[in-house]
Design a protein around this ligand. Sequence first.
Ligand SMILES: Cc1cc2nc3c(=O)[nH]c(=O)nc-3n(C[C@H](O)[C@H](O)[C@H](O)COP(=O)(O)OP(=O)(O)OC[C@H]3O[C@@H](n4cnc5c(N)ncnc54)[C@H](O)[C@@H]3O)c2cc1C
Ligand code: SF4
Length: 585
Amino acid sequence: MKAPYGGSFEAPDGSEHLLGSMQRIDFPMRRRPVTEEVDYVIVGVGSAGGVLLQRLARAGFRVLGIEAGPFWDTERDWVSDEAGSHQLYWEDLRITGGTDPLALGANNSGKGVGGGSVHWAAFTPRFHPSDFEVYTRDGVGADWPISYSDLKPYYELLEREMPVAGPAYYPWGDPHGYPFGPHPMGGVGNTLIDGCSKLGIRVSAGGPVAILSGSRADRPHCIYRGFCIQGCKVGAKASTLITHVPDAIARGAEIRDRCMVSRIEYDRKTNRVTGVSYIDREGREHFQRAKSVIVSGYAIETPRLLLNSACDGYEQGLANSSGVLGRYLMAQAGSVILGRFENLVRMYKAPPAHALTEEFYETDPRRDFARGFAVQTVATLPIAFGKQMMAARGNWGWGLRRVMMDYNHWSAFGLLGEILPWADNRVTLAKEKDQFGLPVAHVTFSLHDNDRKLMRFGTRKTEEIMRAAGAQEVVHEARYAHLVGGARMGSDPASSVVDAFGRSHDIANLFVCDGSILPTQGSANPGLTIQALAARTGDYLIRQGNRIFTSNDRDSIAPPVRHDLSPPDTFTGGVPHYSGATASR
Ligand SMILES: Cc1cc2nc3c(=O)[nH]c(=O)nc-3n(C[C@H](O)[C@H](O)[C@H](O)COP(=O)(O)OP(=O)(O)OC[C@H]3O[C@@H](n4cnc5c(N)ncnc54)[C@H](O)[C@@H]3O)c2cc1C
Ligand code: SF4
């Protein structure tokens, strides 16, 4: 499918997309007339949208992805430079509020084909079985309408499709092993392992992370240059831009990039959506007809688009008869704990994501709060390090220069703590408008008692690990990570927006497929779960076939898992060492 690119670089013409320094799609993308109706239009080709686009294209549907950002040419557009990579992020206007306002911008969603999977660190732990029944077990948060066992086959599938490198035996949640061997340790990983080992805390070394530890097919292995969050120019880190989108395009999917969907159109007579309006890169407005619409725009932009699509029949937001749309938005506690070591650490010399512990993940009755947290490597680059030192120590001027010159002696861990879903943490529409004249998102976020207790305890524990590793000085910067929720799934239409397959309770041919459907967030990074859910929604849509397009009837029968829809090379190449059987305790 792809030909080696041979090293030299020529700018591509409009029908070509280079995908990594050594790869390109050597066939043109299908272009349909704007007047042609498609089966599915997907709003946003990010983590979830990229997987779903590929599944639906493979199954033979006429599928179109409309993406607000560019179709990245990784060779031309990406730079190995911390300051030069801000174009990857959604930095359009958003308003933040609440008693603990979230920083919006670089630390949230992506903008461009691949979405947030382009700049994610690619940590890929699974959610634990307990995450799917938080309310039943702990009396807080919510239960999911599905269980861990419903998602497990999709975890296994996506771990091969990305693929994920990690230990042969991963002890937490549902113990399992990984299809690719773990990565060698860098300086930060070594400090986490030292600290945990001294305290008797189990720690996972070298993953799970969706970065190649050995080359596979036409993708090279990691070269440990540390620019994962800037978009991996090498092609070793998985993003849907390189894992799923090429196969989608080969199977006839179309992507219209730099096109902003402004509204989902609705017909009250049939109670069905009819397509989307969007503004193209030249500022022209179009209406794209579709038999079904899938919104995959991220935890902020998905509720925003549905709220902006309010109409006769759904005056408080499309598919929002419950009033829940925009509510139960979550962010994980993501404080960074930095420690200075006598010896050189050189934290840039490895992927930021390469070691973690989930030893504190589950509710522990000896603690005064429900749920738990993980501790992970984060390994910031110099500019981010400088900002962290300003926040953590108040360094400025000459003091900041001095600490930045000392960068190679510092290590950084991240706390990843489960903040519970609260109805008052939400996305609403602001009075301010964006460059298209559309009301922007207003994000309200406030911590509750359980969240504060969890953050205090988790920060202390992470500091303890850093000190046990031998750090002479330990400081921390409070922050948050990974927004999810806002259009949550559930069995009860009165308290959720979509059902167990992402189908709107209100409108039978409208779906949501992204992180916004998560009812709770655990303390695992959400990307693998988001992509696994997308593959499951894909199987459901394929099993439903034309019924989605012709009928408002619905069934909730789980479809068979379609292993035959994976991108090429999923089950070949590389150095897999895991046979598929679940390891026992
Ligand atoms: C710095 C950083 C590091 C991270 N590291 C990890 C990690 O290690 N592991 C992990 O699991 N997760 C990580 N994440 C989180 C992860 O990237 C996100 O959870 C995930 O990408 C969200 O997927 P999504 O499909 O919901 O949205 P996205 O992947 O953000 O996709 C949404 C897409 O929709 C497009 N869009 C939105 N609105 C419109 C519109 N109206 N019209 C057209 N297009 C639109 C956007 O441009 C975007 O491309 C990280 C995030 C950040 C910021
Ligand atoms: S460290 Fe590895 S995965 Fe990260 S940017 Fe470098 S080559 Fe890519």
